[in-house]
Design a protein around this ligand. Sequence first.
Ligand SMILES: [Zn+2]
Length: 379
Amino acid sequence: MSLWSSKVSFEDYYVDDIFPLVRSAKLKINKKSVYTPLLWLGHLPSAQPHIWNHFDIETIMVSAYEIIRNRRVYEEICEKGIHKYLGFDGLVIMDSGGFSFQKKDSLEVDPEDILELYEMSKPDLGVVLDHPLNPLENEMKNKDRWMKTLQNSDLMLKNGKIPLIPVVHGYSLEDLRNSCNDIKKIHENPPIIGLGSIVPLIFKCRGSKKFKNSVNFIIDSVRMVRKEFPDSLLHVFGIGSAKSMHLMYSLGVDSLDSMGWRLKAAYGCIQLPGVGDRYPLNKNNGRPSLSKDDKKLLDLCECPICRYKSLKEKIEVLDSDFKSRAIHNAWVFMRERDLYYEKLLDGSCFDFCNERLKKGFFSKHFNYALQEVVHQKLG
Ligand SMILES: [Zn+2]
């Protein structure tokens, strides 16, 4: 038993009849509690906007990488604690930033450094320092990365004083099962389990021979980790966009995070419910701008930016101002999560997901996910 296990609980609350793995449960950490499924909005520690000052939000994720690379920010966060530094009293996950550290090999970091930061800054949850896999790398190198992750997991889970999330990785179901077993030897029943190395499967593998059906592999991976850790909250790192969240939640993922609201705003894009990236104004450059139907959706938006504005005013401000786009996008993301939660409780989450996923990139994968459900029911 780890030093922190008693501080976290995850209790079953509601299970859907159609999707056997879909559930909503209460996550309790220290004295705070939230209902899953969750969406953690990624926040850059020293950047604007502070979303929680614009509307109510309970879950934020920050990265240790972004804190460690800036000495001044690091010292202030360690001195005040992360909640006071941000002015946010909801739940904060601090990710180790393993992926970012790996991308910039020059920056060396030890699991002890990360633990020290977690203990000084006191987020509600920390993530074990992992070494994510790369689908385009050879197997030996990826095996090596898992061994490093495992060593860090052992050290951090045994010595950490704040609640920690171990993360499993694997690019075959066999590797993934082995990595689940490796983690169980350290902590048999972690309250929260993470699944990592998924983002590059969506973005790097289109057209790659080795991963022809990378999204279907993600679906199988999620099922396997849920089976291996049935009582743990399952967090999948990095794919909580307004498009992918419905697929992930319908597979039984309990928790997602995303920086997409901010990144898309930085590229000039806005989000709308059930619609891909859109540019607010048509500038005749071939980029997708708002269709008639999209405009109808935008007209209905009640986010803190759009509220009380005419459609024309909304388009103007979303076109010209990054911060407005970021707040609008964050609102759309959170609203989609809230809607999913409402539909789950009233028994219509299947219809809702079907409606959201029937068009676009994820539609055929949703069908694959459904086939498996039918199999399980018949079996
Ligand atoms: Zn809006």
